[in-house]
Design a protein around this ligand. Structure first.
Ligand code: FES
Ligand SMILES: [Fe+2]
Length: 409
């Protein structure tokens, strides 16, 4: 290889995103730097119903426990276990030589986990080293600890705090307004998947005023005759959107139907129009939802997919190329019967239907643009247009109010 070629190769091997970074910046630069998400925030991780009370290893050599969950969140591997009803979370990495406990998780008592390799044994509730089975008199015992994570289980969802603030800020500041209301019945067996794409592609998709174009032929839209606009234009800080950055949850609200909605378009005389327009026969005019995005990455759609129902989604960073896509639904319920009926409706209708006839289109779109942003300089090459003002307000808000940028450890 000639010297010139070698030099050229070396230069072109610098990822485009980083190369551009040295010469250009954006007013939402912290957001661009947050490929792994924002530190010191609460994140939902799974539904409480997915993790039963911890089982106990029957004895030495008799096998691993099964009631355990290990997940990667913001690039950190975390192990979850339910101890006396309460979900505990610790780093999935032994202090001794770094083995993940999850390779063969062994719990000989309710409150502990023992590393399968040399027997370091930790208290699941605070991560402290309780004993070492192979050296019970070690001076390390009681002196050192692995990282443990604050956990809260609310409305059937398990939230974990990823960060260093002690005590952590209240969970209430990091969830969509209304979600924690006692009067809201939240379906406790929603959907969780790990999807391809960066969490920001996902967060920017749900409240994107022009993205509804991708849903123009959704089976769900057709089945329920939902008026689905191509996009909303004419949005500005004083029209059709609101930035909420006072005390409490912080987010951006898109108020649909206030800007100038686009229902039809034309290409060289060929007319295209939304499948269902307000006023068309059988169209549900109530279904023009208010959509909002909240730090650190939760969406609220009010109402969706039917009047009276709130849809909640979260896009939790897993690593730079994947996010945990969690969704569930809530509605006001004044009696136990009403609540049961709503949960039945979620089980039989919305949980199987929404991800296969509607949000699968969102997942496809997020994944489709991932590479452009991840390795082709998309953050600096994108050509934004009018409706994107809502997205840039979100990026600016996230850049301003985040409690830290997660770095790879
Ligand atoms: S690596 Fe865990 S005890 Fe040695
Ligand atoms: Fe969508």
């Amino acid at each position: 290889m000639s010297g010139a070629t070698a030099k050229k190769r070396a230069v072109s091997s610098i990822p485009e995103e980083r190369k551009s970074n040295t010469t250009r910046t954006r007013s939402w630069q912290p957001y661009i730097d947050a490929a792994l998400g924002f530190r010191n925030h609460w994140y939902p991780v799974f539904f409480g119903s997915e993790l039963k009370e911890g089982d106990i290893s029957p004895g030495l050599g008799e096998g691993a426990v099964t009631e355990i969950k290990t997940l990667e969140i913001l690039g950190e591997r975390i192990l979850f276990r339910r101890v006396n009803g309460k979900v505990c979370a610790i780093e999935d990495q032994c202090l001794h030589k770094g083995s993940p406990f999850s390779v063969k998780p062994e719990c000989f008592t309710k409150e502990t986990i023992t590393c399968w390799y040399h027997g370091f044994t930790y208290d699941l509730r605070d991560g402290r080293l309780k004993t070492i089975l192979t050296d019970p008199k070690s001076p390390l015992i009681g002196k050192v600890a692995i990282k443990s994570y604050p956990v809260e289980e609310r409305q059937g969802v398990v939230f974990v705090f990823v960060g260093d603030l002690d005590p952590p800020p209240p969970l209430e500041d990091d969830v969509q307004p209304g979600f924690l209301d006692d009067s809201l019945a939240v379906f406790p067996e929603g959907r969780t998947v790990v999807a391809k794409g960066n969490w920001r592609m996902a967060a920017e998709n749900g409240f994107d005023p022009a993205h509804t174009y991708i849903h123009r032929n959704s089976p769900l839209v057709r089945a329920f005759r939902l008026p689905t606009v191509f996009g909303d234009t004419g949005l500005s800080d004083s029209r059709g959107m609101k930035v909420i950055d006072g005390p409490g949850p912080k987010g951006v609200v898109l108020i649909r139907g206030v800007g100038n909605p686009v229902w039809e378009a034309e290409i060289d005389g060929v007319k295209l129009k939304a499948r269902f327009m307000p006023g068309d026969e059988g169209v549900n005019n109530e279904m023009v939802p208010e959509v909002s995005i909240w730090m650190p990455g939760g969406l609220k759609v009010d109402p969706f997919p039917a009047p009276g129902i709130l849809m909640f989604e979260w896009y939790v960073p897993v690593d730079e190329d994947h996010y945990r896509y969690i969704m569930t639904w809530g509605r006001k319920a004044s009696s136990a019967e009403e609540k049961d009926r709503f949960f039945d409706e979620c089980t039989t209708l919305w949980k199987p239907l929404v991800p296969t006839t509607f949000t699968n289109e969102d997942e496809q779109a997020r994944e489709a643009i991932h590479e452009f942003y991840a390795s082709k300089g998309g953050w600096y090459k994108e050509r934004l247009f009018g409706p994107d003002v809502v997205i840039t307000r979100w990026r600016e808000l996230a850049s301003r109010v985040n409690r830290g940028i997660q770095q790879r450890g």
